[in-house]
Write a protein that binds this ligand. Structure first.
Ligand SMILES: NC(=O)c1ccc[n+]([C@@H]2O[C@H](COP(=O)([O-])OP(=O)(O)OC[C@H]3O[C@@H](n4cnc5c(N)ncnc54)[C@H](O)[C@@H]3O)[C@@H](O)[C@H]2O)c1
Length: 378
C-alpha cells in the first residue's frame, strides 16, 4: 500500500457510532469507506444515504468486503457481536480495527488473541480516548514528577443513550470506564496488579444495571489508582475523559479532561502538540501500523489487561469488595477460553500457551507473522 493511497475499508455496524465513523472516514486522508454492513440492512442504507456515500451495502461482511474491494474492516457493532465479526474478518484475510470493548470477558479476548496469531492479521482495539492532545501533554508532565503516589480520576455524567447500554449489568464499568482504565495505562506506563471495587445503581438511575462505581487499583510500582464514576449524575459534569490528578514525589499535576493541564512541580512545563484526536487518531495509527508492519499501542494483546481491569472490578464488586488479583483472573480466563472455544485450531493454540501472562506478552502483529511464515504460530 502506498503512503498516499487511502485504505479501502468496510464498516460493520451502522448504528450511532457507525455513523460517526462513516462521517470521519468521509474526510479522512488515510482511509475511505467502500462498504457498509449491518444485520439491519435498511438502517445501513438509510445511514449511507444520509451521509451521501456511494458504497456497497449488505448484511454479509464477507460478501460486501469481496464485492467492494475492501482491504480492512472497522468493527462498530455492539460489544456482544465483536468476536464473531472479528473472527469472520480475520479468517477471510482482513485486518480489523475494532471498537472498544474488544469483548465482554477476558476469556473472549484471549480467544481473539489466538485467532489473530493464527491468521497473521492485525487486530487492533480502538481505545479512542488515548488520542487527545492534552492527555499527551499531561502524560509528558506526569513523566517528570518522579515516582507516583496516587493517580485519581473521576467521571460524572448524565448520559442518556437508549439501547444496549441501558440494559447492561455494568454500563459504567464495561462501556465507559474501559476508556478511563485504558487511559491510566497510557498515562503512567504503570500496570495494574489488583483491584477492590464497589458498584451500585443510584435510586433515580434510568439504567437497568450499575451506573456508578468506586475502585482502587494497586499498580506494579506500588502506587494506587483511585477511580470514582457515575453516568447517572445530573449536575457538575466532568469531561467525557474524566478529571485527573496525579500526586508524586516531586509534585502534583491536574488535567480537567479537556484543555486545562497544570502542575506545581518545579520546572514543569506543559507542552501541547497537535495530532489527530479520538477515532481519527486511532484510525491513523491503524493505517500507519499496517503500512509499516509496526505494533500499534492497542494491538489485541496489549488491550487484554485493560479488559482485565474492567472484569476484575466487576468481580470484586460482585464479591462485596474483595481484592481481585488480575494475574489470577487472567489464568482463570485462559481455562475458560479453552473450555468455550469451538474451533480446534484456536483451542490448540490456547492450550499451547504456558500461561495467559505468557500468551499476551509478545505483540502478535509483526513477530507472529514471521513465526507463522516459518511454520509455527508461537
Ligand atoms: N469510542 C467511543 O467513544 C465510543 C462511543 C460510542 C460507542 N462506542 C462503541 O461503538 C460500538 C457501537 O455502539 P453504538 O452506540 O453505535 O451501538 P448501536 O446499537 O447504535 O449500533 C450497533 C449496530 O451494530 C449492528 N450489529 C449488531 N450485531 C451485528 C452483527 N453481528 N453484524 C453486523 N451488524 C451488527 C446493529 O444492528 C446496530 O445497528 C460499541 O462497541 C460501543 O461501545 C464507542
Amino acid at each position: 500500500m502506498s503512503d498516499r493511497e487511502r485504505l479501502p475499508v468496510v464498516v460493520v455496524g451502522a448504528g450511532a457510532m457507525g455513523g460517526e465513523w462513516l462521517r470521519m472516514l468521509a474526510r479522512s486522508p488515510h482511509a475511505e469507506t467502500v462498504g457498509v454492513v449491518d444485520l439491519d440492512v435498511d438502517l445501513a442504507r438509510a445511514t449511507v444515504a444520509k451521509i451521501g456515500l456511494d458504497v456497497v451495502v449488505g448484511s454479509s461482511l464477507s460478501d460486501v468486503a469481496k464485492a467492494s474491494g475492501a482491504r480492512a474492516v472497522v468493527n462498530v457493532t455492539v460489544p456482544q457481536a465483536h468476536r464473531v465479526v472479528n473472527e469472520e474478518a480475520l479468517r477471510a484475510g482482513y485486518p480489523v480495527l475494532c471498537e472498544k470493548p474488544l469483548a465482554p470477558t477476558v476469556a473472549e479476548a484471549l480467544r481473539q488473541v489466538a485467532l489473530a496469531d493464527l491468521t497473521g492479521q492485525l487486530l487492533m482495539v480502538s481505545q479512542s480516548r488515548r488520542y487527545f492532545d492534552h492527555l499527551a501533554a499531561f502524560r509528558g508532565v506526569a513523566g517528570g514528577l518522579g515516582p507516583l503516589g496516587v493517580v485519581h480520576a473521576q467521571f460524572f455524567h448524565e448520559d442518556h443513550e437508549p439501547g444496549f447500554r441501558e440494559q447492561m449489568a455494568h454500563p459504567l464499568l464495561v462501556d465507559m470506564s474501559v476508556h478511563h482504565f485504558d487511559m491510566l495505562r497510557y498515562l503512567t506506563d504503570d500496570e495494574p496488579v489488583s483491584v477492590r471495587c464497589d458498584s451500585w445503581n443510584p435510586s433515580w438511575s434510568w439504567f437497568a444495571g450499575h451506573a456508578a462505581a468506586t475502585a482502587t487499583f494497586e499498580l506494579s510500582s506500588g502506587a494506587r489508582f483511585v477511580y470514582q464514576g457515575s453516568r447517572a449524575t445530573p449536575g457538575l459534569q466532568t469531561s467525557w475523559n474524566g478529571d485527573w490528578h496525579i500526586y508524586a514525589e516531586r509534585g502534583a499535576a491536574h488535567w480537567d479532561g479537556d484543555d486545562v493541564v497544570e502542575s506545581d512541580a518545579a520546572g514543569a512545563s506543559v507542552e501541547v502538540t497537535s495530532a489527530s484526536e479520538g477515532i481519527e487518531g486511532s484510525l491513523e495509527e491503524f493505517v500507519a501500523s499496517l503500512r509499516a508492519g509496526a505494533t500499534p499501542q492497542n494491538e489485541v494483546r496489549t488491550n487484554v489487561l485493560t479488559l482485565a481491569m474492567v472484569e476484575g472490578a466487576i468481580r470484586s464488586s460482585d464479591r462485596g469488595g474483595e481484592k481481585v488479583v488480575l494475574a489470577e483472573l487472567l489464568e482463570e480466563s485462559l481455562v475458560q477460553a479453552i473450555a468455550d472455544e469451538q474451533r480446534d485450531d484456536v483451542r490448540e493454540l490456547l492450550r499451547s500457551w504456558s500461561s495467559a501472562a505468557d500468551g499476551i506478552r509478545t505483540p502478535a502483529w509483526g513477530s507472529s507473522r514471521a513465526a507463522i511464515a516459518s511454520g509455527g504460530a508461537r
